[in-house]
Design a protein around this ligand. Sequence first.
Ligand SMILES: [Zn+2]
Ligand SMILES: [Zn+2]
Ligand SMILES: [Zn+2]
Ligand SMILES: [Zn+2]
Ligand SMILES: [Zn+2]
Ligand SMILES: [Zn+2]
Ligand SMILES: [Zn+2]
Length: 393
Amino acid sequence: MSYVEFLYELLEIYPDPESEKAIMGSVVYCIHHKQGCQWSDELRKLKAHLNTCKHDAVLCAAQCGAMIPRVLMQDHLRYTCPRRRANCEHCHKEFSGSALEEHQGNCGHEPVYCENKCGAKVQRRHTQQHLQQHCSKRLVPCRHCGQRYTQDTVAAHGATCARAPVPCPQRCAAAPVPRDELDAHLRDHCAAAGVACAYRDAGCRFKGTRAALERHTEESCQQHLALVAALAARQARQLEALRAAVARLALPATGALVWRLPDWAAKMADAGAKEGASLFLNGNGAGEGTHMSVYIKILPGEYDALLRWPFAHTVSFTLFDQSSSPDRACNIVESFVPDPTWKNFQRPSKEPDALGFGFPRFVSHEMLKKRNFVKDDVMFLRVKVDPSKIVAV
Ligand SMILES: [Zn+2]
Ligand SMILES: [Zn+2]
Ligand SMILES: [Zn+2]
Ligand SMILES: [Zn+2]
Ligand SMILES: [Zn+2]
Ligand SMILES: [Zn+2]
Ligand SMILES: [Zn+2]
């Protein structure tokens, strides 16, 4: 409660003239002392002061209904009173205060930043036109490939666009061609491009325009023939080297096959056959019943077309003596050089061939029993084809 309110309360408590006189004579400050009014006088003069005190609130002069301190009335009428008259700073039209607030943010003349963030500021009423026609961030189709790019990058794209026409680097008379067709132009159509001679692989180094190449081809028959002949000779030598390499590969790496024969006793009566070699433990032909016979047979292989025929390698059979002391061991070795005229050593066909070539009396049964050819019921027989000993054909 302020001091002045306190005094007015006293007036109600003591309504007698004496008390009233005393109270109304009290010296008080203006009720707007805190807002800065310096007035101070007897309470009875306060009412009159408030009629002119610049801090006292009065009804808005424009009748907007607001209570405004006199000192702020000018500002209120100019800037905040909803009934004030004001001009839009952009379009300069006059509005009432409330209408202006609505108008702000919608004025067509107000410059605003482009929503595509191109950095441009255009009047609101022109933004659509800007977005469609002028904005550097609007999408435009590349006129060569049709892909869409922002307007400020489409030119840079044109420098690499596959469909943009570029002049022929050979400066031929043809119209500019799309970039992605330039290779084909240079290769197939350009009249000025250098074309390699058709005998390039044979060693001709000529390169020139289409017209020059035609002349060159006509004039160079002799040279081209010589190049082709030399190429054929080189290729023949290469083919020969290749044949030799393939012949080596067609044999087992060592040219030898070691045949381990387990269950010797059980097989004694049977004949075995493996990888082109045949073995008759109980003999065959001239050795039947008394000897073990071995034969070699030529089987078809995947490199046959490249190999020399007839078959002309030295073939040897070795039966290993498995004696525990190596110096006492005595292997049985038999070898032969095939007779090239014999039909079994001609190039093999798919026809089953009963028997190859070999030794019907390779080792006698008597000898087999004498030495350690069979040990732990296992026998080792090596069939070796020696590719280094080729018989001349
Ligand atoms: Zn005052
Ligand atoms: Zn007002
Ligand atoms: Zn406006
Ligand atoms: Zn823009
Ligand atoms: Zn393009
Ligand atoms: Zn060209
Ligand atoms: Zn040539």
